[in-house]
Design a protein around this ligand. Structure first.
Ligand SMILES: NC(=O)c1ccc[n+]([C@@H]2O[C@H](COP(=O)([O-])OP(=O)(O)OC[C@H]3O[C@@H](n4cnc5c(N)ncnc54)[C@H](O)[C@@H]3O)[C@@H](O)[C@H]2O)c1
Length: 250
């Protein structure tokens, strides 16, 4: 088991990549806090972990709210005793429109949920990771944090921000033995891509726009997050690992 005696928080753990990551972590021996704004999804993930004898709790959390992030971390450390791994993964997409047609409120909402949340996750997890003698933070960026796509202004900007926030925190807390990395998934089979999937014209193109000519699974991304969280990645920090079937090079 690769995460024995580790305590981890996974935001967005109620669905998709976050759910796969929470389950994978629990299977590797971690005590896991599932955080999500969606209680139904969060409770489902909790049930799936408990079915296999894993240890976990669910805390309903809105990741853009600093008080809720503080509470998430407080409850986790009071329940499990410490914190070693923070996965800032919750995120949303937005309507496919040109920048000039993107409502300002939608810009703010995407930046808050996709980028400010990562800042808050780092800000409030770091002091606990220092108390634990070090740890790992993994942030979910995107292929669209590394490469522009039309009609994705706020998503592009938010996910690009995650890449440099990751480098910044890696530099600031390396001396505290905290490694900070990001993953950049390509098109992965989760709820967030439903809109694209229903577009009969674009989906055949989008779903094959990488070297492997297929979309990825949440488990394939969770495997990369697990690697970055584990001691196997002990000399890796500040990196953004593409998990995109070669989408960046396409
Ligand atoms: N699926 C893809 O193709 C893809 C590609 C690149 C990056 N990503 C990123 O991966 C991450 C996970 O997304 P996913 O693909 O698993 O999608 P998903 O929709 O299945 O899961 C996202 C989860 O985040 C939760 N969430 C949304 N807003 C929240 C908030 N304010 N507070 C707490 N939780 C909130 C949702 O309830 C949901 O459970 C996101 O950051 C997304 O941007 C996904």
């Amino acid at each position: 088991m690769r995460l024995i005696n580790r305590v981890a928080i996974v935001t967005g753990g109620g669905s998709g990549i976050g759910r796969s990551t929470a389950i994978r972590f629990a299977n590797e021996g971690a005590k896991v806090t599932i955080a999500d704004i969606d209680s139904t999804g969060g409770e489902e993930t909790l049930g799936l972990i408990k079915e296999t004898g894993g240890e976990a709790i669910f805390i309903k959390t809105d990741v853009k709210d600093s008080n809720q992030i503080k509470e998430l971390i407080n409850i986790t450390t009071s329940t499990f005793g410490s914190l070693h791994i923070m996965v800032n993964n919750a995120g949303i997409g937005h309507s496919e429109v040109k920048s000039v047609d993107l409502p300002e409120e939608e810009w703010d909402r995407v930046m808050d949920i996709n980028l400010k949340s990562v800042f808050l996750g780092i800000k409030y997890a770091v002091p606990e990771l220092i108390k634990s003698g070090g740890g790992a933070i993994i942030n979910t960026s995107s292929l669209l944090g590394l490469k522009g796509k039309n009609y994705q202004a706020a998503y592009n900007a938010s996910k690009a921000g995650v890449v440099l926030l990751t480098q910044n925190a890696a530099l600031e807390y390396g001396k505290n033995k905290i490694r900070v990395n990001a993953i950049a998934p390509g098109v992965i089979d989760t709820k967030i891509i439903e809109g694209w999937r229903q577009d009969e014209r674009k989906w055949p193109i989008i779903s094959r726009a990488n070297a492997l000519r297929r979309i990825g699974t949440p488990d394939e991304v969770a495997n990369a997050i697990l690697f970055l969280a584990s001691d196997e990645a002990s000399f890796i920090t500040g990196a953004t690992l593409s998990v995109d079937g070669g989408g960046l090079t396409f």
